[in-house]
Design a protein around this ligand. Structure first.
Ligand code: C2E
Ligand code: CA
Ligand code: CA
Ligand code: CA
Length: 278
């Protein structure tokens, strides 16, 4: 009846108000976090499929909020992506990753390739190739040590001249990866046109690899596609040895996951690099 309907409408709008309020509050805290330098980068090692060699690391942002402690990027990146904040956070991540590489190089530490996550908005709000070029110039790092992780959805954005942008990035000498591969708009045609280096198989497929024939078929197909197109293939979220073994059997080149290492603060990664582990 009408009275009930009004009631549920009111609850609905209360929920909405609360959600909007939460988002605005988080945005405000994020803005302050940028000003007060509360972010840092952790680095998760990536390994050759047999686990013998560190092939790279992925830079993952962390927020040490003075009030709430460590906040997961899974919570704040989606909020940042709905506002202009993501381009500022993205710029911060890119600059800090390059500065970290430069610091390691200056100290003679053998630096692995460092992968940085790029949000869809960074691709078309910004002139990404120019920003990457500026960072390379200012830090004087070896461009091949920087890898950018893009998602399929971002590359499929209408109006984005993705091929031109990717060619410009590759011309700078940086490496390009497709993140969460297989979960986005799967238009395989673009793989042929885009100058990519690496396909990252999404964790959801790794999770189901041993239990589901469908996941196995998808992983097998992605690896075969990588082989045929001359791209390296990395599986994300490898947690148990049986997954790693299956991926090795299927011809996957690299993996990343808790099986061998969690994301580490820079100092802990350094210890690992200096400990002759790579
Ligand atoms: P992603 O890019 O898919 O990153 C992989 C996530 O899986 C990371 O979560 C990592 O800690 C986690 N992970 C790695 N190995 C394992 C494993 O074996 N088991 C499990 N259960 N998890 C594993 P994290 O660091 O919480 O990041 C979550 C997401 O937030 C990232 O997913 C990425 O989409 C986003 N993100 C993180 N840092 C940045 C950044 O600097 N910029 C942007 N735009 N997004 C970021
Ligand atoms: Ca990623
Ligand atoms: Ca991923
Ligand atoms: Ca993911």
């Amino acid at each position: 009846n009408a009275k009930e309907q009004r009631g549920s409408l009111r609850f609905f709008s209360d929920d909405l108000t609360a959600a909007v309020h939460h988002r605005l509050q988080l945005e405000q805290r994020l803005r302050r976090a940028l000003e007060q330098d509360e972010f840092c980068l952790y680095y998760q090692p990536q390994w050759s499929i047999d686990g013998s060699r560190m092939t790279g690391v992925e830079a993952l942002i962390r927020w040490q909020d003075p009030e709430q402690g460590l906040v997961s990027p899974a919570e704040f990146i989606p909020v940042a992506e709905q506002s202009a904040l993501i381009s500022q956070i993205g710029s911060w991540v890119l600059r800090n990753a390059c500065e970290q590489i430069a610091a390691w190089q200056a100290r003679g530490i053998r630096v692995p390739r460092v992968a940085v996550n790029v949000s869809p908005q960074q691709l078309y709000l910004h002139h990404l190739p120019q920003e990457v070029a500026n960072n390379l110039q200012q830090t004087r790092i070896t461009p091949a040590l920087l890898e950018l992780e893009l998602t399929e959805g971002a590359l499929m954005s209408p109006g984005l001249e993705a091929v031109d942008m990717l060619n410009a990035l590759r011309a700078l000498g940086v490496s390009l990866a497709i993140d969460d591969f297989g979960t986005g708009y799967s238009s395989l045609a673009y793989l042929k046109r885009f100058p990519l280096n690496l396909l990252k198989i999404d964790k959801s497929f790794t999770d189901d690899l041993l239990a589901s024939d469908e996941a196995l078929a998808i992983v097998e197909t992605i690896i075969m596609l990588g082989h045929k197109l001359g791209l390296s293939v990395l599986a994300e979220g490898v947690e148990v040895e049986a997954q790693r073994m299956e991926l090795e059997r299927l011809g996957c080149h690299q993996f990343q996951g808790y099986l061998k290492s969690k994301p580490l603060p820079a100092a802990e990664l350094e210890a690992l690099l200096l400990g002759d582990q790579c």
